[in-house]
Ligand binder design. Structure first.
Ligand SMILES: Nc1ncnc2c1ncn2[C@@H]1O[C@H](COP(=O)(O)OP(=O)(O)OP(=O)(O)O)[C@@H](O)[C@H]1O
Ligand SMILES: [Mg+2]
Length: 303
């Protein structure tokens, strides 16, 4: 058990080192950068419903916030938006109201903890496709200003791989795929990775294994996702971490308090804090650092 735990930790650390070496090399190649884009957009997906995407999104946002980051959490699950429920807040307005010109971005953002804000999107992102060019430029300026004030934007996506979800995934800088030991989750994780790579072959993809009972579970799930990606898609995916099956998380959901606040020392909270540290310490490998870099919102709007 301990051996397996250290193997997985080593894999995660090794990924961190590889990525930071890559980015040092990239920084020299692109030296001097015109501007440095600070925000990293990370979409949380997985294909299958109920694998823990929203819980990971909310708690990871809090964990990244607690180590000094400014984080925006975008709830992009239009059908069943529930990041607000998990945080125990009830936003009245969403991105759709900003697009319609009724509200400003600041009016819709809900502060959920120090440095962490929730951006309810309603059907907002779908509506971005249908707005006029002038409204589009105006909105883009506002959204990009918001980007500049955050270090991270975490995007909680809906289950499935609809066109909307795919659009979000290929617009984000990095993807976290949440998988569980359930065999259908592994199949859905693979299907999601396949679609991402079809549109965006270089996208960095990380795997979090949720709901594990033992470390062996996590290792097995990661091995399977990794094997099929290598074999059929010729692509490596990176292990980012695992989250144990945890009754305290279930209780926290019932209480509408993020587990990180409900039970900071719960096994799931500790695991999510470790994942946040991994993300925080890793230099983003593929983030363009020049002024030409397109923002997440620009990519979403112009897709
Ligand atoms: N680590 C865990 N331990 C125990 N239960 C968990 C864990 N992770 C998730 N769950 C259970 O799964 C439920 C669904 O989690 P969550 O809403 O985060 O999934 P989701 O992937 O966002 O679902 P959807 O696809 O519907 O958006 C939680 O309410 C909780 O009961
Ligand atoms: Mg969800």
């Amino acid at each position: 058990m301990n051996d397996q735990a250290s193997t997985l930790r080593l894999i995660a650390q090794n990924n961190t080192q590889k990525n930071s070496m890559y980015s040092e090399q990239q920084a020299t190649e692109t030296n001097p950068p015109k501007t440095v884009r600070r925000m990293r957009s990370i979409a949380i997906s997985g294909g299958k419903g109920g694998v823990g995407k929203s819980n990971l999104s909310v708690n990871l946002a809090l964990a990244l916030g607690s180590i000094g980051n400014k984080v925006s959490l975008l709830d992009a699950d239009f059908g069943l938006a529930n990041a607000d429920l998990l945080c125990g807040v009830t936003p009245k307005h969403h991105l759709g109201h900003v697009i319609a010109g009724w509200k400003e971005l600041d009016d819709i953002a809900v502060q959920i903890s120090n440095g962490v804000q929730l951006i309810p999107s309603g059907s907002g992102i779908e509506e971005l496709a249908n707005i006029s060019v002038s409204a589009h430029t105006n909105l883009l300026h506002k959204l990009e200003a918001m980007e500049r004030s955050s270090n991270f934007m975490l995007i909680d996506t809906a289950a499935g791989i609809s066109e909307n979800v795919t659009g979000i995934l290929i617009s984000a800088d990095e993807i976290i795929i949440v998988a569980t030991p359930d065999p259908t989750s592994i199949v859905d994780a693979y299907a999601t990775i396949k679609i991402i790579l079809r549109h965006s072959p270089e996208k960095p993809i990380f795997v979090v294994v949720n709901n594990v009972v033992g470390v062996g579970d996590a290792e097995q799930v990661f091995e399977q996702v990794s094997y099929v990606s290598k074999r059929f898609l010729k692509r490596e995916v990176n292990f980012l971490g695992m989250i144990p099956n945890d009754d305290l998380l279930v209780e926290a959901v019932r209480e509408q308090i993020p587990v990180l606040e409900y039970a900071p020392e719960a096994p799931s909270s500790r695991a999510i804090k470790l994942i946040a540290k991994q993300i925080h310490s890793r230099n983003p490998a593929d983030l363009a650092t020049t002024g030409e870099a397109q923002s997440f919102w620009n990519r979403i709007i112009s897709k």
